[in-house]
Design a protein. Structure first.
Length: 374
C-alpha cells in the first residue's frame, strides 16, 4: 500500500457502518472494485463487487458499477456489511429430531434441506447452529461435536460427540472404518444384481464443487443391494465401507444408475417420460432433492465400548415416491427403461473411465459419504 493510499484511509471516517474515503491519485485508472480492494484489503473483491451491485457503494453520491473507472480524488461512501462468516458459530433456535442422547453422544435425524456445517453460502441455519443452541457446552468441542456429515439434501442419521473424548473416539472409529452406515436410495434404471463399487474418489478437476472417480483420489467402497425393481427405477440398500464426500452419488453415477432427483450427478435428459404414468411423472417432478436417506447407524459407544445401533423410518417424501412407483402400471418387456442394451452389472464389469488428477477432500476423515455443504 502506498503512502498516498494510507493517507487516504487515515482520513476516512466511519459513521455507523458507513466508510467514507477518497480515491488516491496513485489508484487512478483502475476499476472501482479493484481500487476498493486495494483500499480495503480485509474485504475480498467478490464481496466488494456484491456491495457495489447492491447499491451499497456510491461514488460522488451516485451508484456505480464494478467496471467503472476511477481517476483519483473521487469521494466514495461504502456501507460496510458485517462478514457473514461471523455469524457461523452462533446459536440458533432450530428444532432438532433427536433419536438418542446421553452424556457422551447425540444421534440426530437430519432433515433434507439442512446444511450440517457452516460454509460459503450457508453461514446460518445449519445443524451446528442448532446444536450450539440445544447444548451450549458444545462450544468447547471442535466443530460443536460434528464428526461426519450428510449432504444438505440427504436426510437421515448422524452422530454428534458431546465431549472432546467422545469426538476423538468417534473420529478414530471413522478412520478405522468400524462405523456402520446404511443408506436407502432410489435410482434410475434397473439394477439386476447386487455388487460392490470399489473406485477412488477425488475432486473433479473441472469443477471444484464436484467429486469424481479418479485414480489419484482416496479409496472409496460402496456395497449395494437391490430391494425392489420397477419399470424405470430401483430401490436400493447401500452400505459404506469408507466415507468420501458424495460417495454414494458419485458411485451410482459410475454405475450408470444416478440417484433420482440428483441435480449434480444425474444424467441430463435421461428421465424416461414416455415409460411412466402421469401419476409417477407428477411424483418425480415434485421430488426436489436426491432420493438418498441414511437409515441405519452403528458404532462402538465411546464410553461403554459396546456396539450400539439405531434405525429410523424412511423419509416421508421417499415413502411417497416409492408408493407412486409401486402403483405404476406394468409395461411390456420391450418398454422397460435402461440406459443401455445391457443389464446393470456389478462394479467389476465396468472399467474406470477417469484418469485425471484431482485434489483430495479437506477434512475427509470427518466426512460422511454424502455432504457437500452446498
Amino acid at each position: 500500500m502506498t503512502d498516498t493510499t494510507q493517507h487516504s484511509l487515515s482520513n476516512s471516517a466511519a459513521v455507523n457502518n458507513d466508510l467514507a474515503l477518497t480515491i488516491p491519485q496513485d489508484l487512478g485508472g483502475l476499476r472501482l472494485d479493484v481500487a476498493l480492494q486495494r483500499l480495503l484489503p480485509d474485504h475480498s473483491r467478490s464481496r466488494l463487487q456484491a456491495w457495489i451491485k447492491d447499491g451499497l457503494v456510491t461514488v460522488g453520491g451516485l451508484v456505480s458499477t464494478s467496471k467503472s473507472k476511477v481517476w483519483g480524488g473521487e469521494q466514495v461512501l461504502v456501507k460496510v456489511q458485517s462478514k457473514p462468516e461471523l455469524q457461523a458459530f452462533k446459536a440458533e433456535n432450530i428444532p432438532l429430531d433427536i433419536v438418542f442422547e446421553d452424556d457422551h453422544i447425540l444421534v440426530i435425524n437430519k432433515p433434507a434441506g439442512m446444511v450440517v456445517h457452516p460454509a460459503a453460502g450457508n453461514w446460518t441455519g445449519t445443524l451446528l447452529n442448532a446444536l450450539l443452541f440445544y447444548a451450549p457446552a458444545l462450544k468447547d468441542v471442535p466443530r460443536a461435536g460434528i464428526v461426519h456429515r450428510l449432504d444438505k439434501d440427504t436426510s437421515g442419521l448422524l452422530v454428534v460427540a458431546k465431549t472432546l473424548a467422545a469426538q476423538t473416539n468417534l473420529v478414530r472409529q471413522l478412520q478405522a472404518r468400524t462405523v456402520k452406515r446404511e443408506y436407502r436410495a432410489i435410482v434410475w434404471g434397473q439394477i439386476w444384481r447386487n455388487g460392490t463399487i470399489d473406485q477412488p474418489i477425488g475432486r473433479d478437476p473441472r469443477s471444484r464443487t464436484k467429486m469424481t472417480i479418479n485414480r489419484a483420489g482416496k479409496p472409496a467402497i460402496t456395497r449395494y443391494e437391490m430391494l425392489e425393481r420397477f419399470s424405470v427405477q430401483t430401490y436400493m440398500r447401500c452400505n459404506l465401507e469408507t466415507g468420501r464426500t458424495h460417495q454414494i452419488r458419485v458411485h451410482m453415477q459410475h454405475l450408470k444408475a444416478p440417484i433420482v432427483g440428483d441435480s449434480v450427478y444425474g444424467f441430463r435428459g435421461i428421465v424416461p417420460i414416455r415409460s411412466m404414468t402421469q401419476t409417477l411423472r407428477d411424483a418425480v417432478s415434485k421430488f426436489n432433492r436426491q432420493a438418498l436417506h441414511a437409515i441405519k447407524l452403528g458404532l462402538i459407544h465411546p464410553a461403554t465400548n459396546e456396539f450400539v445401533e439405531w434405525q429410523i423410518e424412511l423419509a416421508d417424501d421417499m415413502k411417497a415416491l416409492l408408493e407412486a412407483m409401486r402403483h405404476e402400471d406394468p409395461h411390456d418387456e420391450e418398454e422397460v427403461f435402461e440406459f443401455s442394451t445391457e443389464p446393470y452389472l456389478a462394479d467389476a464389469d465396468y472399467e474406470d473411465e477417469e484418469d485425471e488428477d484431482s485434489e483430495d477432500e479437506d477434512f475427509d476423515d470427518f466426512d460422511d459419504a454424502d455432504e457437500d455443504e452446498e
